[in-house]
Design a protein around this ligand. Structure first.
Ligand code: C2E
Ligand code: CA
Ligand code: CA
Length: 656
């Protein structure tokens, strides 16, 4: 063994001599040392062993220096590689053979919301999910080992709750010369690498559909929307989201039966598809019962989203025909835009939902674009809704009454009951605010009839006082009209209070009448038989259809305040007012002008033979107590009214 070694070293020794090699003694022999031939041999051997060891030491030192240099180079290389990986726009992780994470780049860390030490040594399946049922990492690994790589769709667990769809490319690391410790897998996650065709293919294979409408369902929406947002994030593009909810759908469903409700939802689906397709928004989903969502793909902006909303609203202006029955349905639409109105899919959906609620609070059949103050407004509305609930339960709502005057003699011939809410903190809240809240929460059903009952009760008191010849007008909202037992409820109010049916007048707006045609006709006929009067409120602001007027055969038309306001200065308002009065006369309806504030308005109305009026000129809506006083002092008040009327006639006489 040894000689072989020596041979090996010796063969190099001569050539290996260098300045580091220690020189032998001059003659190579120590003077004082006796030299036997054996000794000489030993000495020679020792010498060469020394030299050999020395050479070996030198060689190893050289190798070590080289390795250190190489190591520095490798370190530098590694550093550069790390930096390169870190700044990649793809998420990247390295796995060992047991599928444990041994390295993750910044992007992957930020998606998962964890830093490297937190990911280190953790199994991949804690952060990356395989969406296909029955898919396992083990089978994927087998494929990757066989083919060298695997590519497919995965979901990365975002921070705490989200799931981010990505394409994962998994490569097997088995380069020649690699030691066993470096064997494993590299995973690259890329949203942007997908081509459009791949996107639709991938998406559609993952989508589940709603059985009734055939639209993608809520989970599919969430999946697809997340994907779109991710795409938009990479491309720095905008995405629009429209959240659509049908107004009063639940009541329609209840009234017409779920069969008709289902058909209605299918017709609505067709309408939404038409509108969406026309502007390239081909992803429409049904989120739940009567909630739909439309994704407006890039390039888009607020204006385009609002235009789509307008298009939808316009489409719904026509009735939907189901089983040869015309049904009017309206939507409320909320809009949010990525990235201005939210960064993540849940945030954008929540904001579009808030905006939709705002559209509903504005009476529905409209659209709203989300803005940050809406959250506070929505919270305020929520508080108000709770307070209103309590107020209704406690009977804290009451009526004010506004007198209605006969224009020929100035006498109070009627009054309108107007709801009032005295809020303990906010003071008096207008019915314009709380009636829509009550409508949207269903509270109106309770509230509406409570106030009708109160109006009948207070009306009875005035009758007992001897003030018998007046009509009590009550406002009934559209949602009350949809109650099947509305007529019975009204009769119940009359029966409990003893108020005469012939003195009660029920007011509906035109749109409420027309949108609930069948029910209204039935109600009008029944009421008519009992002698209850019917009035059309806010006339001129809605359909103003003469054929409808004839069909409903109501008793009174109330000209909307907006025409009366400028009736003496605006020629078209004057023309419309005169036309309405003429039509009413022709059809034998009474006609009343709302919102009369000034004498010249009154004179105009008298001149044009309007029958009655109501407005601040005579009286604002007043409390029941004030009304009692007014009626008690009726002679004096009537005198005031009479004075105004007389003034008109005296001016008229002078003119003549
Ligand atoms: P409306 O039925 O058209 O009631 C007339 C509104 O005009 C009342 O507003 C009244 O105070 C106001 N008004 C009357 N004369 C004048 C005037 O000369 N000038 C001005 N500027 N305004 C005048 P109010 O009381 O705020 O009620 C607003 C609306 O709320 C009502 O409009 C009605 O649609 C609704 N509403 C009120 N009470 C009820 C109710 O008990 N049930 C239902 N469903 N709706 C109600
Ligand atoms: Ca009214
Ligand atoms: Ca009105």
């Amino acid at each position: 063994m040894a000689p072989k070694n020596f041979d090996g070293i010796m063969s190099n020794s001569g050539s290996n001599k260098n300045k580091n090699t220690l020189p032998p003694d001059d003659d190579g022999i120590s003077e004082n040392t006796p030299h036997s031939s054996a000794d000489e041999t030993n000495e020679g051997q020792d010498e060469s062993l020394e030299e050999i060891l020395l050479q070996e030491l030198l060689q190893k030192t050289g190798q070590l220096q080289k390795t250190e240099k190489e190591l520095t180079e490798i370190r530098q290389e590694l550093n550069i590689t790390r930096q390169l990986i870190a700044c990649q726009t793809n998420g990247i992780i390295f796995l060992d053979q047991q599928l444990r994470i041994i390295y993750a780049n910044n992007l992957f860390c930020s998606i998962t919301g964890r830093d490297l030490p937190n990911l280190n040594e953790k199994k991949i399946d804690q952060f990356v999910l395989l969406p296909e049922p029955g898919q396992h990492f083990e089978t994927i690994i087998q494929k990757a080992m066989h083919w060298g790589s695997w590519r497919g769709e995965v979901l990365i667990k975002e921070n705490d709750s989200g799931r981010l769809p990505m394409i994962m490319s998994l490569n097997y690391r088995d380069q020649e010369g690699d030691t066993e410790s470096t064997e494993g897998f590299v995973c690259r996650f890329s949203p942007q690498e997908m081509k459009e065709t791949e996107l639709t293919m991938h998406s559609s294979s993952r989508l589940s559909y709603d059985a009734l409408t055939g639209l993608p369902d809520r989970p599919s929406f969430q999946y697809h929307f997340s994907f779109c947002i991710e795409q938009a994030r990479v491309k720095h593009a905008f995405i629009g989201l429209l959240f659509i909810d049908l107004d009063h759908f639940k009541r329609i469903n209840r009234m017409l039966g779920p069969g008709v409700g289902d058909e209605l939802l299918c017709s609505v689906t067709a309408l939404l598809k038409q509108c969406g397709n026309a502007v390239g928004a081909d992803f429409i989903a049904r989120l739940s019962g009567d909630e739909f969502a439309i994704i407006l793909p890039p390039p888009t902006n607020v204006k385009q989203a609002e235009q789509l909303a307008e298009r939808i609203l316009k489409k719904f202006q026509q009735p939907v025909t189901i089983k040869s029955r015309d049904i009017f349905i309206t939507p409320s639409i909320g809009i949010s835009l990525y990235p201005d109105d939210g960064e993540s899919p849940p945030e954008l959906l929540r904001n579009a939902d808030t905006a939709m609620e705002m559209a509903k609070a504005r009476g529905g059949n409209t659209h709203c674009h989300w803005h940050s103050e809406m959250d506070t407004q929505a919270v305020q509305n929520l508080h108000l809704e709770n307070d209103l609930r309590k107020a209704v339960a406690n009977g804290d709502l009451f009526n004010h009454y506004q007198p209605q005057i006969d224009l020929t003699n100035g006498i109070i011939v009627g009054m309108e009951a107007l709801a009032r809410w005295e809020h303990p903190v906010h003071g008096s809240i207008s019915p314009v605010i709380f009636i829509p809240i009550a409508e949207n929460t269903g509270l109106i059903e309770e509230l509406g009839l409570d106030l009708v009952l109160l109006a009948c009760k207070e009306g009875c008191e005035w009758m007992k006082m001897g003030f018998k010849n007046f009509t009590m007008a009550v406002n009934l909202s559209g949602s009350l009209l949809r109650r099947n037992d509305l007529f019975e409820q009204i009769m119940e109010c009359l029966k409990t209070t003893g108020f005469p049916p012939t003195s009660l007048e029920v007011e509906f707006t035109e749109s409420v009448l027309i949108e609930n045609m069948d029910n209204t006709l039935d109600l009008i006929n029944k009421c008519r038989q009992e002698g209850i009067k019917m009035a059309i409120d806010d006339f001129g602001t809605g359909y103003s259809s003469l054929s409808y007027l004839q069909r409903f055969a109501v008793d009174k038309i109330k000209i909307d305040r907006s025409f009366i306001m400028d009736v003496t200065t605006n020629a078209s308002d004057a023309a419309i007012t005169m036309a309405i009065i003429a039509i009413a006369k022709k059809l034998n309806f009474q006609v009343l002008a709302e919102g009369v504030e000034y004498e010249d308005q009154l004179f105009f109305l008298q001149e044009n033979q309007c029958d009655e009026c109501q407005g601040f000129l005579f009286s604002k809506p007043i409390t029941a107590k004030q009304m009692t006083n007014l009626l008690m002092r009726d002679s004096s008040i009537a005198l005031k009214h009479k004075r105004i009327i007389d003034k008109f006639y005296s001016i008229k006489a002078q003119d003549d």
